[in-house]
Design a protein around this ligand. Sequence first.
Ligand code: NAD
Length: 484
Amino acid sequence: MSDDLGLWFDPSKCLIAGEWVAPSGGQYLPLENPSTGEKIGQIARGTGADIDAAVAAAEAARHGPWGRMSAAERGRILMTLGRMVLERVDDLARIEALDVGKPLKQARADAVALARYMEFYGGAADKLHGETIPYLEGYTVYTLREPHGVTGHIVPWNYPMQIIGRSVGAALATGNACVLKPAEDACLTALAFAEMAKAAGLPDGALNVVPGLGSEAGAALTAHPGVHHISFTGSVATGVMVQEAAAKNVIPVTLELGGKSPQVVFEDADIPAALPFLVNAGIQNAGQTCSASSRILVQRAVYDQVVERMALRYDALKVGRAMDDLDVGPLISARQKNIVSGFIDKGADLQIAGQGQLVSAPNGGNYVRPTLFANVSPGHCLARDEIFGPVQVVIPFEDEEEAVAIANGTDYGLVASVWSQNGARQMRMAKRIRAGQIFINNYGAGGGVELPFGGMGKSGHGREKGFEAMYGFTVLKTVAAFHG
Ligand code: NAD
């Protein structure tokens, strides 16, 4: 497939109040193709002034036609948008592959998920309601679920379409007006989505997009006194800054941060069924997945067998250009490649059980070989720190007690899975492992728009996806009427 971007919109603009405008500072950031390192265009370097304008546009939208629209009408626009996204799935996949290095099939899956979010939240928009509460004689009490107002959305580069879908989708469905700051390394699908939202009939100002640097446009958005809620997905370090900025304005934040998610394989597991999940959950999107399963915990009796069979799969992994659509593409940037290579170097004293092969890796692309480390002790940095690359460690354990201790032995708590045919053990493990999502005999990194998702510990707080996200994007008001 050709490396032609074939864009149907101008990637160097911001969308503010329904108008495509140049960044006020007149400055731009380069766009690079991670598969080759080539410059493929430029995006706006939005400023604090652009964020001011976007927040003002969102504030105006919530007092204009958007704020007065019925929930059913909002839902219809989102469903129209979902259909438009589906019609352009291949275009979206192509530009995502070129912009972030995601192999085409994986990029396509993200575009389909974006459409699913619009369908889900479009359908759910008019199904969220308050309650009546029995109270004193002579009173009627009820609750209203109201939008926060202006919501800020800060998105990372690893799954732009999915994260925009879950966060902006739920916020719009509940009647908020959004300001979106996509990641500097991954703006194109955010801009494409905004262009489609405009064409789908979303009123001006309901969705504003200001690309730019995290330290400029991102920081301006999180500190802005006109923003009423922040949804942030990204690293722990930035999440802390976002929460500090939000605290100064006393506004709620949803933080979706990192992870070190374990899959726990017991001796009674259906190992052939587990194997594809064990490996794919670690190498999907070149391991740049917050819910990547980077730790595989295996009971001693089946340990050698699982390592051997995972290693065979690793050795067969093909790595190369996103447009060649192999198992694993490049990492997002040279910086990320250095970080991941540094971790692989830290495992020099460990046993490398299996490694993928570079088959189409042009000079200048950000490639690393997917690497499986065996016999890693739970205290080793490879078993504790988030690597955010295609690297997994396999750790042996003796019994349930030890499995729980290792599974819960990091700062994170995002996702986990339990592989066992013993129902009682499945239930015990699901209760004892500290994670926002537990899968039993499957693993769902990135899947399930219906399933509430979010972290415990340093993986963050608040829930996105599913109906639960709609509670997060609304504020509850209690009305107590005395009528005698
Ligand atoms: P990052 O924190 O550097 O950037 C995320 C976003 O925050 C980007 O849009 C960036 O421009 C913006 N940003 C940076 N500095 C900012 C600041 N001072 N104020 C406001 N915004 C700022 O993270 P990244 O490198 O883009 O993503 C990788 C990290 O994100 C990993 O740690 C990963 O685990 C995490 N992540 C988590 C999830 C999840 O759902 N839990 C999903 C994807 C990524």
